[in-house]
Every structure is written in structure tokens, then in C-alpha cells.
Design a protein around this ligand. Structure first.
Ligand code: GUN
Length: 292
């Protein structure tokens, strides 16, 4: 069994990005600039956004954090999005989700200029991704592809089971794993109403678990020699931690790991790669790689 070290891989990629940014700036180019909008004080969102700002520093990017109370109206937030759309210095920006209930997330996502949508959530980017055109690909599936690639894990023609059908992970992951230019795999998507989920998993060469249920994937569901990618990051109370909680994956790691060829840990697997891929997308935005 080989552990897939997302933390080390992410650190290496960030160093590669920092080197490229250094070259760009030395050659008189513009330093990439990422802006983030954070609404309210959700603990998870605070942590994610803080880590995104730190990653920008590590990559040599300029970053701007715009904070608003959760009393902000939808119209006011849409006006802030519009300001960032028009700000020529901002190459890309994100609106951290979830948003308060009185604001339509879909409306906000669609208000973002798709050319600055480094999260890859805008329907234009989702659609272009689905038909294999250049675009911003959302960070978690992009990070998983990068891990598979850097660990030389064969995906072409392999059977890949994806657990979960969210817009952020399950759906784009399935699209990418099936496409010839990315995964080239035979893809099955399982969800809460799948009839024979266990049997599907038992036949899989690669399992990507993104359902948000701690310890859902058990050893009896996994084929000997399979690769298991754990996207779960559920916060569970843990009195031994300073924060009072720990992150729990969707995979029962201790019993599944011995059966695997490769497995990602939680934390330190997919998580660090997600932020790193946002940095890659921001670099692409700075270079106007996909859109003018
Ligand atoms: N909330 C959880 N994950 C994400 C993400 O990748 N982007 C944004 N904007 N919000 C999130």
C-alpha cells in the first residue's frame, strides 16, 4: 500500500507556481491577483479562506479578502461581485460557499464573470469542462486528477466508481474521469438511492468517495489492489484536539488501507490539493490562458 501524500504534492506544486510567478514578474509581467468574498463567520469557511490567502502568499500572488456580515442583502452582494468583475487588477475571484439562506448561491455564481471564475462553478465553465474545452476546472476534481497523474496511477480503461453526485465534486469528477483527455475510465456514479452500491464498489479499480459520511467505505467494499481517494472532510468532535474537532474522511482508513494499492489520508490527502488547484487556476487567470 502506498500513501498518496497530498500535502507534499501540494507544497511541490506551490513551489512550481511561485517559481513561474517569479519569472513572470522578472520579465515585467503582472503578479496574479486573487480576490475572495467571505460572508458571515462560518468556522469551516473562515479556515478555508485563511488557507487560501496563505497559499496566495506562498505562490507570490496578490490577494484581497472582502468580508461582509451575514446581514448583507443579495442585491448588495451582487453589486460587490459586479465590482470585482470590473476591477481590472483582479484576475480571478471566488465567493466562499455556503452563503446565508436568504441569498441564492446560483444567482451569485452566475453573476461572476466566467473569465474570472477560478472556482470553475459558472455554467459556462461547467459546460466547457463537460465537452472538453479549455476552462477553469473546479479545484477538488482537478486536484484528484493531478494526484492520480503525479503518482502514475493508470486510469485509462479502468473501472472508476464515484460516490456522490454534488455539483462541486461528484458530477465534475465523473465528467473528467470519463473523458479521453483526462481519466479515460469507465465511470459509475453511486448516490443515496443506488441499489447495489456495495457491489459496484467491489468491482472498482478506483473509488472516489465524496458523500460526506464519515467511515462510509469499509474494507468489505474494496477490491484487493484498488486505489481509494477520500474527499470526505466531516468535522467530528474530538476533545484531544486544540480546536475541539478533527476531520473525518468518508473511508474507514485503518481497515481499508491494507487492501489498497494507493490511498489518500484525511487530513493531508485531497484537501491540500484543492487549495493548490485554486492557485493553478489563478495563475491561468493571470496569464489569460483560457480567455482574453
Ligand atoms: N465551499 C466549499 N468548497 C468551496 C470551494 O471550492 N469554493 C468556494 N467558493 N466555496 C467552497
Amino acid at each position: 500500500m502506498q500513501l498518496i501524500d497530498g500535502k507534499a504534492t501540494a507544497a511541490q506544486i506551490k513551489a512550481e507556481i511561485a517559481e513561474e510567478v517569479k519569472q513572470i514578474v522578472e520579465n515585467g509581467g503582472k503578479r496574479p491577483h486573487l480576490a475572495a468574498i467571505l460572508v458571515g463567520h462560518d468556522g469551516g469557511s473562515e479556515t478555508y479562506v485563511r488557507n487560501k490567502v496563505l497559499a496566495c502568499e506562498a505562490c507570490g500572488f496578490k490577494s484581497t479578502l472582502l468580508r461582509f456580515e451575514d446581514t448583507i442583502s443579495e442585491a448588495e452582494l451582487l453589486a460587490e461581485v459586479d465590482k470585482l468583475n470590473r476591477d481590472e487588477d483582479v484576475d480571478g475571484f471566488i465567493v466562499q460557499l455556503p452563503l446565508p439562506k436568504h441569498i441564492s448561491e446560483q444567482k451569485v455564481i452566475e453573476a461572476i464573470d466566467y473569465r474570472k471564475d477560478v472556482d470553475g462553478f459558472h455554467p459556462i465553465n461547467v459546460g466547457r469542462m463537460a465537452i472538453g474545452l479549455p476552462c477553469y476546472i473546479s479545484a477538488t476534481p482537478k486536484g484528484i486528477l493531478e494526484l492520480l497523474r503525479r503518482y502514475h496511477i493508470e486510469t485509462s480503461g479502468r473501472k472508476c466508481v464515484i460516490l456522490g453526485r454534488s455539483n462541486i465534486v461528484g458530477k465534475p469528477m465523473a465528467q473528467l474521469m470519463m473523458q479521453k483527455q483526462y481519466g479515460d475510465a469507465t465511470v459509475t456514479v453511486c448516490h443515496s438511492h443506488s441499489r447495489d452500491l456495495k457491489k459496484e464498489c467491489q468491482e472498482a479499480d478506483i473509488i472516489i468517495a465524496a458523500i460526506g459520511q464519515p467511515n462510509f467505505v469499509t474494507a468489505d467494499m474494496v477490491k484487493e489492489g484498488a486505489t481509494v481517494i477520500d474527499v470526505g472532510t466531516t468535522r467530528v468532535p474530538d476533545a484531544t484536539k486544540k480546536s475541539g474537532f478533527r476531520l473525518n474522511g468518508d473511508v474507514k482508513f485503518d481497515e481499508v488501507a491494507p487492501k489498497c494499492a494507493y490511498i489518500t489520508p484525511v487530513p493531508g490527502g485531497v484537501g491540500p490539493m484543492t487549495i493548490c488547484m485554486l492557485m493553478k487556476n489563478t495563475l491561468s487567470a493571470g496569464k489569460k490562458e483560457f480567455y482574453q
